[in-house]
Write a protein that binds this ligand. Structure first.
Ligand SMILES: *Cc1c(COP(=O)(O)O)cnc(C)c1O
Length: 226
């Protein structure tokens, strides 16, 4: 990629963000492009596969670029819990979608070398079958309270994540509906458990809607890197 083009795209996006943080989703890109974005001042990067995340994070580590913040955003199989925790400078996992996975992460947290790992609970607000995420409030609350009860854990309850619908006639309207639902859930849970949950929502096609609904983290890939 051409650095000046990348810089322009990042600047334009940043101008729209207000207080939100953009996680640049680098899953389409070779690590050289990720380094270019980092040199433009971008510090948060997301990957949806553990192997890619690990190899890019290792590359940064070898170059001593240690203020980078890596975000795991894709579906995580339980048997990859150990692997993801070993990723250097892992900052957050956005895709915790079951109590089972969370228990496995907590059980293996000694693999994690950082100070604190932020946990987003993924909620399936579009009710599409191929999407991961908690489908019922009961299961979500069960996982959330499990982690809240682990006060000594480095894994911290941090936020909620969702994705807008793909199969819809009106992407913008469906996205708004999903994001509104997530915000409603946040408000409810904040009140009940004295939290200040952050919202991870919005991608290249619907980040504007997400910002309207108060996203704290947007996850943008193709708009930056393609
Ligand atoms: C790929 C991906 C994104 C970014 O998608 P773009 O449409 O390229 O911006 C965001 N979130 C998740 C979970 C993804 O897998």
């Amino acid at each position: 990629m051409i650095k000046s083009e990348l810089q322009l795209r990042l600047r334009q996006l940043k101008a729209e963000l207000q207080n939100a943080t953009c996680v640049a989703v680098s899953k389409y890109s070779p690590v050289e492009d990720v380094v270019l974005a980092y040199e433009c001042g971008q510090m948060d990067f997301g990957e949806n596969r553990v192997l890619d995340l690990k190899s890019k994070a290792d590359f940064f580590k070898e170059k001593n670029l240690n203020d980078v913040r890596w975000h795991m955003i894709g579906h995580l199989q339980t048997n990859k819990a150990k692997e993801v925790l070993k990723v250097p400078n892992l900052w957050a996992i956005h895709s915790v979608d079951s109590l089972h996975l969370l228990e496995e992460l907590v059980k293996r947290e000694h693999e994690f070398k950082g100070q604190e790992l932020k946990i987003f609970f993924q909620v399936n607000t579009s009710h599409e079958d191929e999407k991961s995420g908690f489908l019922t409030r009961e299961e979500l609350v069960e996982a959330l309270t499990f982690l809240l009860s682990r006060k000594e854990s480095k894994l911290k309850v941090y936020g909620l994540m969702t994705m807008g619908a793909i199969r819809t006639d009106d992407v913008a309207a469906s996205a708004l509906k999903s994001f509104r639902e997530l915000r409603g859930l946040k408000n409810e849970l904040d009140l009940k458990y004295s939290l200040d949950l952050k919202l991870s929502m919005g991608m290249s096609g619907d980040y504007k809607q997400a910002l309207l609904e108060g996203a704290d983290y947007i996850r943008v890939g193709s708009l930056i890197f393609k």
